[in-house]
Design a protein around this ligand. Structure first.
Ligand code: C2E
Ligand code: MG
Ligand code: MG
Ligand code: MG
Length: 283
């Protein structure tokens, strides 16, 4: 409908798209240097046992501040790296840095790494991961890998084999953002997940929207029934925390207890007295 009256709109939209495409190309070109020069940083967001509020581990999240374009959101960086064909390189870099840090942590803490479709599809994924665990000495049993259901968009036997192979090495596999997309219960039946991460959208709305609350209750009950852990993402208020705890949710993550932290602050948290009574609000 933009052919006649909307001509300007069309041109505007077109120009915007072209600017975006150009910027994406610029960012894709900047990626290798960003990795080498340390523009890409890693932050660590803790997650806690819902009942005891004891620290369980940290999730690794990337941060890119480009000198010209500013902060690039993590999900955008991941998409760009997938387009550029450098996702495996980025993922390995992040995983290795995180394992080097995490091997200094107390031995009951988990390290949780997000893994995208492009990484799982990469032939180098498994050999790289094996090498990283060997080189750093970080135990596979303390590594958690977070995958989203987008890995099932084109389900094939090799994804199944890969997940089972990771599982058999003792790696914990979590299904991230559960409920957000095309969640199928079939995944939970046939894949070796140890944990479900309930998407933040449900947590955000559950106390004012009965339907969101119904889904939260059902997912937690399902997890309990399946014998898998369930982590609630995006917990921002005490009321949300209390509700989730009363439902038997296993783990809690969100700004209420801590924002993602730079490495030194994550380390400092391990020695801090009385944590998590003292809320962490850095970065
Ligand atoms: P995710 O794995 O579901 O991570 C949770 C996101 O929610 C993170 O955003 C985190 O900073 C944010 N968050 C945590 N607590 C709260 C809260 O209480 N409230 C709100 N509003 N947000 C909260 P971030 O860091 O921007 O990452 C976005 C997504 O990008 C991640 O979603 C993950 O899918 C992807 N990602 C980030 N780092 C990596 C990485 O190293 N590798 C891969 N493959 N993907 C990554
Ligand atoms: Mg995640
Ligand atoms: Mg998530
Ligand atoms: Mg997400």
């Amino acid at each position: 409908e933009s052919k006649h009256v909307g001509g300007h709109t069309y041109h505007f939209y077109d120009a915007q798209l072209r600017t975006l495409a150009k910027r994406n190309r610029g960012l894709i070109r900047a990626l290798p240097h960003a990795l080498e020069s340390g523009q890409i940083k890693i932050v660590y967001q803790p997650f806690f046992n819902a009942q005891s509020q004891k620290l369980c581990g940290f999730e690794v999240l990337v941060r890119w501040t480009h000198p010209e374009y500013g902060r690039i959101p993590a999900d955008r960086l991941i998409r760009l790296a997938e387009e550029a064909g450098s996702i495996q390189e980025l993922g390995s870099y992040v995983t290795e840095q995180a394992c080097l840090l995490a091997r200094e942590w107390p031995s009951d803490l988990l390290l949780s790494v997000n893994v995208s479709v492009g990484q799982l599809e990469s032939k180098a994924f498994l050999p790289d991961l094996t090498r990283i665990l060997q080189d750093t000495g970080f135990p596979a049993s303390r590594l958690q890998i977070e995958v989203t259901e987008s890995i099932f968009m084109e389900p094939d036997a090799s994804t199944f084999t890969l997940l089972h192979s990771l599982r058999s090495q003792g790696i914990i596999i979590a299904l991230d953002d559960f409920g957000k997309g095309f969640s199928s219960l079939g995944y939970l039946r046939f894949f070796p997940f140890s944990k479900i991460k309930l998407d933040a959208l449900f947590v955000r709305d559950m106390l004012r929207e009965p339907r969101a609350a119904s889904i939260v209750r059902a997912v937690i009950e399902l997890a309990i029934d399946l014998g898998v852990a369930v982590t609630a993402e995006g917990v921002e208020t005490q009321e949300q925390l209390s509700y989730l705890t009363s439902l038997g949710c296993t783990e809690i993550q969100g700004y209420l207890l801590s924002h993602p932290l730079p490495p030194l602050e994550a380390m400092a948290l391990l020695t801090r007295d009385g944590f998590p009574e003292a809320r962490i609000t850095a970065s």
